[in-house]
Design a protein around this ligand. Structure first.
Ligand code: FAD
Ligand code: NAP
Length: 417
């Protein structure tokens, strides 16, 4: 592979010298930055813990998923979606697009390479990145590989690990319990009473899917939530929000969005969906909390097909006790309780990321750290944020790469003379 030199150290751990950046993660962010680097002729290696690209989309999302934002906000740099794609591409179409993106830019990640640690070595001024392989290769004492290079690009995503809350009595519950990342469709739940914990975009859409498969979902809303229509007068709410934020202060943009939401959806508080005191854009900016873009769940809440319930007090065999004292009979539980970054688990000795695993500096300043460290895809702005990070990162590394290779060429030319 271009730009790599392999050696064995005395512990039989393979050491790989990477002549360019080490990119961790082959999701949309990792692919986007790699494509931009390819365009600049900068060699790189992509390390991916799964056995495929975009593993979140391929392995950990449900069948009916579509992009919630119009396609122009979800395409990666330098290759638009095919023209015949609909406004909101399906999960399958998005995966096909990513596969053709990887093929187009000749991106071949090293799969089954789960990064366990990454540390900057001050003495050598190099990053040492240790990855564990899924299985030991024949003839190798250890499947661990240490990648060594000048630059580290963190592209492991904001949704790397599922959040599983501690619920009292969960072990005694006895029914099927799974996180939404393992949910595929409501087919397996036909006729069942299902408790969906969480009311983000996942909780809402899974509750809707359960209704469509003749299951009876109860959705836990423990606090407040902003639900917005996906479109207002045929225009995407997201696009409208961007436009409003360009010209108006945030509080005014929020007010307008909420009035529009009220005109389209009516008063959602009547159905148990209390709105937070902060507006949807303010909440997204300050806490990274994504508003729900309604694609039909609200209608099912209105009709009573989705039963909205408050927080959980405890679970017991086949039952859930709610904080208001009600007792529900439940067959299965789906935890739509969100995701988190895993960066703090493996990136060592670096204060660029917060304890939650996102850069401390907010967008647009969270893409570059010290000593050749970059972060792509941690903007809380989905795929469009990832693309903008990728372009900036590749431009910066490309410039440094150009400077270093020019110096090397000059030294080489002097030696020849
Ligand atoms: C259900 C769902 C729907 C979404 N829909 C949209 C949408 O419509 N529009 C939008 O803009 N955003 C959406 N998002 C947000 C989503 O996170 C981004 O779209 C996109 O996947 C982010 O890309 P990424 O590459 O940063 O992260 P990911 O897609 O999560 O990719 C990160 C990759 O890094 C790998 N990895 C993680 N840790 C390690 C490690 N230690 N070593 C090696 N590899 C590792 C993972 O296996 C993964 O392949 C959605 C998220 C979810 C969960
Ligand atoms: N089609 C799409 O585009 C699509 C579909 C699905 C998801 N997504 C995206 O994927 C990302 C993750 O979404 P998500 O919905 O999976 O997660 P999320 O937005 O983080 O929502 C998690 C939900 O779980 C609740 N929760 C957490 N712990 C709880 C507990 N112990 N008891 C009760 N409720 C609890 C949270 O409530 P609190 O608010 O009270 O903490 C919140 O409602 C988001 O960016 C989202 O937009 C996109």
């Amino acid at each position: 592979m271009a730009g790599l030199t392999e050696q064995y150290d005395f512990l039989s751990r393979r050491c790989v010298w990477v002549n360019g950046p080490i990119i961790v993660g082959a999701g949309p962010s990792g692919l986007a930055v790699a494509a931009c680097l390819r365009e600049k002729d900068v060699p790189f290696v992509i390390l991916e813990r799964a056995d495929c690209i975009a593993s979140l989309w391929q392995k950990r999302t449900y069948d009916r998923l579509k992009l919630h934002l119009p396609k122009q906000f979800c395409q990666l740099p330098m290759l638009p979606f095919p023209e015949d794609y609909p406004e909101y591409p399906s999960r399958k179409q998005f995966i096909d697009y990513l596969e053709s993106y990887a093929k187009h830019f000749k991106l071949s990640p090293r799969f089954n390479q789960s990064v366990q640690s990454a540390k900057y070595d001050e003495t050598s001024e190099l990053w040492r990145v240790r990855a564990a392989g899924a299985c030991a290769e024949p003839g190798n004492v250890s499947a661990d590989v240490e990648y060594i290079g000048r630059w580290l690009v963190v592209a492991t995503g904001e949704n790397a690990e599922e959040v599983v809350p501690e619920l009292e009595g969960l072990e005694e519950f006895g029914g099927d319990v799974k996180h939404v990342c393992d949910y595929k469709s409501g087919e397996a739940y036909r006729g069942k009473r299902v408790l969906v914990v969480g009311c983000g975009n996942s909780g809402m859409e899974v509750s809707l899917d359960l209704c469509d498969h003749d299951a009876s979902p109860s959705m836990v809303i423990r606090d407040s939530v902003h639900v917005l229509p996906r479109e207002v007068l045929g225009k995407s709410t997201f696009e409208l929000a961007i436009l409003l934020m360009k010209w108006l202060p945030l509080w005014l943009a929020d007010k307008i969005l909420l009035v529009l939401a009220w005109l389209v959806l009516g008063n959602v508080e009547r159905f148990g969906l209390r709105r937070p005191s902060a507006g949807p854009l303010e909440l997204k900016n300050t806490q990274g909390k994504t508003p729900v873009l309604d694609i039909g769940a609200l209608g099912k809440i209105r009709s009573g097909d989705i039963n909205v319930v408050p927080g959980i007090k405890r679970l017991s065999p086949g039952k859930v006790e709610l904080v208001d004292g009600r007792l529900l009979d439940v067959d299965s539980i789906i935890l739509a309780t969100g995701y988190r970054s895993n960066v703090p688990q493996w990136l060592q000795g670096c204060d660029f990321f917060s304890k939650d695993g996102v850069p401390k500096s907010p967008f647009p300043n969270g893409w570059k750290g010290k000593s050749g460290l970059y972060a792509v895809g941690f903007t809380r702005r989905g795929l469009s944020g990832a693309s903008s990070d990728a372009v900036r990162t590749a431009m910066d590394i490309g410039r440094l790469w150009g400077e270093e290779t020019n110096v090397a060429k000059r030294i080489f030319a002097c030696h020849r003379r």
